[in-house]
Ligand binder design. Structure first.
Ligand SMILES: [Zn+2]
Length: 302
């Protein structure tokens, strides 16, 4: 009798809409990976990001509730390349094998990405990246979204094979949209080909390679440390010599040194979003590029 009741209860659970709609809980370290995971997972998943868009993930201080979020997650998506090293400690604290390194729900989105600026074990050239794993801002090449969403698709299909075809269709639809946009972005940025640009932080090598931009220097030399007067003087010199008319900063970066070099060299300051949500209009992965492309295009026209 008890057994029969259990069988009936299981059937009821399977037939109830609540069961059918139970979504896969995903934690991503960044907003960019959340947007790309949502593009593949659609309404089958519920994703949260740990690092707020207004913050630099490289300097993020994890919160106690982050461990709780990981405990409830079926899947974790991280940037890797030493960008979100703090997640390793949180994964140990959460103690959930499913999403631990090597588990079915563990996704390092840098897998299969060709990293730029690899430096081996040597000390970097002082662009604000302390580690030798390569520049971690690889999501800023929209072509890399093909690889990232491919890795995400594999994990979702592993965790939820019943919906694998759906995830695959979502991904293909997203990539089709992205391909159309990429042509548009390339056309809009074509006039900036080889235009020298200075940026506060070196977030842009992947973006620059895709759109043939030329980043001639970086104001930040060490994360969180104001640049020295000598370094700023060197940047101003480079800007004058090379005719740099655009200085880029991200919304969370300090304005003072950016404004200083721009005024000394007669350049204009352009605020770009290096992550989804860093500017209000950059609300998803595709609008992130829309916003940045428009900002650069109008700065070049000035
Ligand atoms: Zn960085």
């Amino acid at each position: 009798m008890v057994l029969r009741f259990a069988v009936i209860a299981t059937w009821l659970a399977l037939l109830s809409p609540g069961f059918a709609q139970e979504r896969i809980q995903v934690v991503t370290t960044t907003t960019d990976l959340r947007s790309l995971t949502e593009a593949v997972g659609g309404d089958r998943i519920a994703a949260v990001n740990l690092v707020p868009a207004s913050m630099d993930a490289e300097d993020y201080q994890p919160k106690p509730q982050d461990v709780l979020r990981l405990k409830n997650a079926h899947m974790l998506v991280r940037v890797g390349l030493d960008y979100d090293l703090w997640i390793d400690r949180l994964l140990v604290q959460a103690g959930k094998r499913e999403i631990a390194r090597g588990g079915p729900g563990y996704v390092d989105a840098s897998f299969a990405i060709a990293a730029l600026e690899l430096r081996g074990m040597s000390v970097g050239p002082g662009d604000g990246h302390a580690h030798g794993s390569g520049n971690p801002h690889y999501w800023l090449d929209p072509k890399n979204a093909e690889i990232i969403t491919g890795t995400i698709l594999e994990a979702l299909a592993r965790i939820d094979p019943a919906n694998a075809a759906r995830y695959e269709a979502n991904r293909l639809a997203f990539l089709a949209r992205l391909r159309v946009k990429l042509v548009e972005w390339e056309e809009k940025l074509a006039p900036l080909k080889s235009t020298p640009i200075v940026a506060y932080h070196n977030s842009w090598p992947y973006f620059a390679r895709r759109f043939r931009l030329d980043f001639a220097g970086f104001i930040e030399t060490k994360p969180g440390v104001p640049p020295s007067p000598a370094h700023l003087a060197g940047i101003v010199k480079t800007m004058r010599e090379r005719g740099v008319r655009i200085v880029v900063r991200e919304p969370h970066e300090p304005d003072r040194d950016v404004a200083f070099v721009a005024s000394k060299a007669g350049a204009s300051v352009v605020i770009l979003a290096a992550s989804v949500g860093a500017l209000p209009e950059a609300s998803d992965y595709i609008s992130l590029f829309d916003v940045n492309v428009e900002a650069l295009k109008s700065a070049a026209a000035r």
